[in-house]
Design a protein around this ligand. Sequence first.
Ligand SMILES: [Zn+2]
Length: 123
Amino acid sequence: MRLNHEDLAMKTVELQQYKRRLLDLRARLRTNEYRSIDAALEDARPPGEHENPLPPSESLDKETTLEFAEHDLHQAVSAALERIERGTYGVCETCGREIPPERLAVVPYASLCVACERKAETE
Ligand SMILES: [Zn+2]
């Protein structure tokens, strides 16, 4: 993909938006250090849907998994912020191709394109 001047300017604005989102996400992970992602997600749910249907044992397993996820997420967010500083943000770390903006919109800390991520997951 060839970038003209306008695209580059746009890219900078987008980059700042991603940076803000990532900083926001990281700040939230910090303040929620002793809370589970589950609780954070619960806050985002509409009222009346706060019941937890899981029995205690399953709920515990889930929490352990989420703690790992949270740690990974913090690392992924920090790494993404580093890539913004280095100017390599939005580029797949494996194949060097551009990560589609639709993917970054959903996963702003993505370091791999969809194809490479799938490959990494199956390895
Ligand atoms: Zn890739």
